[in-house]
Design a protein around this ligand. Structure first.
Ligand code: SF4
Length: 479
C-alpha cells in the first residue's frame, strides 16, 4: 500500500457513426480511476461542436446519469482522470484542456510530466503567452497550436511539437475531425489502442479500460509514435520512434497499473507474481503464512507463496469505502488512516509467523502502522518483503515520489528500517532482478537507481508555476 499517488489516466474514442460517447468515455475512465482521483473530465465532439464537463472529484462525484445525458451524440471523445504532479488541485488544471486556436479547436488529455516544463513555459511566457492553469499539459497544447500555424495538418503540428518536449507524455488529442494519440519517445507511460465491434477505435492508458467498453486490444502505441484516426482511416507517424531508448516506468508494473492490464506486452499480474517469486528466492524465511498488503501486494504475495510453498492467506480486510472524500484523521493520533483502511483478520494471523509483502516503503510511516496492526492481532513474527528496490531518488516523470529528505531509504540502512517499522526481518527486491519482472532491460528505474533517462530539471516543485515569473527561480535539484 504505497504512500504514493498514481499520475493520470487518458481515454479517447473515434466511431464511424454518431453515438452516445459521453457514457462510453465515462466507463472507460471508470476502469482508470486508480490512476487519478483528484479530478476528471470528458469532452464530446459532435461535428466540431465540443461539449465539456469536468470538475474536481471522482467520476462518481462529477458525473451522474443526468450529467452524462447532457452530452450530445458524437463521433469523437476524449477523457481524463487526474492526480496532479505538476500544478495544484484546482478547476483550472482539470483536463481535458480545450483550446480555440487560429485553425480550429482542440481538446487534449495528458498522462505524464514534461521534465523541461519550467524552461518551456518560462520561454513561452517571456514571448507573451498566457496560461489559464499551472499544469504542464497547457504547455503541450500551446506548442501544438503554435506549430499548427506553420503546418498543413494537426498531426504534423503534433509531430513538430514533439521536437520541443522532454520527459513523459502519453496524450490523446482531438480536433474537429481527428483523434490523435501520441506517446513520448522514451515511452515512460503506457498507451494502447483497441477496436470496438462497430469499427470504432479506442485509446487508453491501460488495456483494462478497453475491456471495460467492449473493445478488443489491438496493440500498444509505440514510444514516439503518433496515430491519427479520421474518416479516411488510421495513420501512423513513426518519425520520432527510436530517437530515444525505451524506458517504460518499471513502477507501473510494481504498483501503478491495474493487475488485469497488459502494458507493452507484459501482464501486470504476472510481473508482480514474478517479483514475489524472486523475493522468495532472494529472501527466504521459515514462516507459516504469506500475507499481501491489499491491493498491490497481493499478486507478489501469491508469487512468494507459490515459490516458497508457504500457504497464502488473507491477512487483511480492506475497507473499499475509504476514498478521496473520506475525512482523514489528520493530526488526531488516536486514530490513523491506515487503521481505517485495513483491518487484520485476527483468526488468520494470531500466533503465526507471517511473511508480509508490500510494493514499497516510502517514508516508513504507513509500513510501521501496518506492521503494528499485525502485532496487535497476535502475529508471532513478521518478515517484511518489498517487491521493489528501496526508493532513493525523486521521480520527474509523472509520479509524486518525494524529495530525498523524505525517503526513509536515503537516511537509513535496511536493518535500521526494519527496526524503525518494527519487523523481525526486511528484504527488498534486488536492483539486478528488476529486469526479470518484464523480461528485458528497457525500463526506467531512476527512483531506485538514480539513472535518469533524460536530463533532469533544475527545479521541480509541483506548484512551481503558481509563482510569478520574477519569483520563479530555479531551486536546484530536489534534495
Ligand atoms: S523514476 Fe521511478 S516512478 Fe518515475 S518513471 Fe522512473 S521508474 Fe517510474
Amino acid at each position: 500500500m504505497a504512500e504514493l499517488h498514481e499520475e493520470c489516466g487518458v481515454f479517447g474514442v473515434y466511431v464511424p457513426q454518431r453515438q452516445n460517447l459521453g457514457s462510453l468515455t465515462y466507463y472507460g475512465l471508470f476502469a482508470l480511476q486508480h490512476r487519478g482521483q483528484e479530478s476528471c473530465g470528458i469532452v464530446v465532439n459532435d461535428d466540431g461542436l465540443f461539449t465539456v464537463h469536468k470538475d474536481l472529484g471522482l467520476l462518481t462525484d462529477v458525473f451522474d446519469r443526468e450529467e452524462l445525458d447532457k452530452f450530445p451524440q458524437g463521433t469523437i471523445s476524449v477523457g481524463h482522470v487526474r492526480y496532479g504532479t505538476t500544478g495544484g488541485t484546482n478547476r483550472a488544471n482539470t483536463q481535458p484542456i480545450v483550446i480555440n486556436h487560429m485553425k480550429g479547436k482542440m481538446a487534449l488529455a495528458h498522462n505524464g510530466n514534461l521534465s523541461n516544463a519550467l524552461a518551456l513555459r518560462t520561454k513561452l511566457e517571456l514571448g507573451g503567452a498566457l496560461f489559464h492553469g499551472t499544469s504542464d499539459t497547457e504547455i503541450i497544447a500551446y506548442i501544438v497550436a503554435q506549430q499548427r500555424l506553420k503546418t498543413p495538418s494537426i498531426e504534423q503540428a503534433v509531430s513538430n511539437a514533439m521536437d520541443f518536449l522532454e520527459g513523459a507524455y502519453s496524450v490523446v488529442l482531438m480536433s474537429a475531425a481527428k483523434l490523435i494519440a501520441l506517446r513520448d519517445p522514451n515511452g515512460f507511460r503506457p498507451l494502447c489502442m483497441g477496436k470496438l465491434p462497430d469499427g470504432g477505435i479506442v485509446f487508453a492508458s491501460e488495456s483494462c479500460a478497453l475491456a471495460a467498453v467492449g473493445a478488443r486490444f489491438a496493440r500498444d502505441v509505440e514510444p514516439g509514435e503518433i496515430i491519427t484516426v479520421d474518416e479516411t482511416g488510421i495513420r501512423s507517424d513513426r518519425s520520432h520512434c527510436g530517437t530515444r531508448s525505451r524506458t517504460m516506468c518499471i513502477f507501473e508494473y510494481i504498483y501503478f497499473a491495474r493487475p488485469d492490464s497488459v502494458l507493452d506486452g507484459v501482464g501486470v499480474h504476472e510481473a508482480r507474481k514474478r517479483a514475489g517469486r524472486i523475493l522468495a528466492k532472494r529472501h527466504p524465511v521459515e514462516a507459516d503464512l504469506v500475507v499481501g498488503v491489499p491491493d498491490s501486494g497481493l499478486d507478489a504475495a501469491l508469487g512468494y507463496s507459490e515459490e516458497s510453498g508457504i500457504p497464502f492467506g488473507q491477512g487483511f480486510l480492506k475497507n473499499r469505502y475509504v476514498g478521496r472524500t473520506f475525512i482523514s484523521p489528520g493530526q488526531d493520533n488516536r486514530v490513523d488512516l491506515v487503521r481505517q483502511k485495513l483491518s487484520p483478520i485476527v483468526s488468520e494471523v494470531r500466533g503465526k509467523r507471517i511473511v508480509l509483502i508490500d510494493d514499497s516503503i516510502v517514508r516508513g510511516t504507513t509500513s510501521g502502522q501496518i506492521v503494528g496492526l499485525l502485532r496487535e492481532a497476535g502475529a508471532k513474527e513478521i518478515h517484511m518483503r518489498i517487491s521493489a528496490p528501496p526508493f532513493r531518488n525523486p521521480c520527474y516523470y509523472g509520479t509524486d515520489i518525494d524529495s530525498r529528505e523524505h525517503l526513509i531509504a536515503c537516511r537509513h540502512s535496511v536493518p535500521e528500517i526494519a527496526r524503525i517499522i518494527g519487523t523481525d526481518t526486511l528484504g527488498y527486491l534486488p536492483m539486478e532482478d528488476l529486469k526479470e519482472l518484464i523480461g528485458c532491460s528497457d525500463y526506467c528505474d531512476a527512483c531506485f537507481s538514480g539513472n535518469y533517462p533524460t536530463e533532469i530539471p533544475e527545479s521541480f516543485e509541483k506548484d512551481h508555476f503558481e509563482a510569478p515569473l520574477s519569483r520563479r527561480k530555479p531551486k536546484g535539484e530536489r534534495k
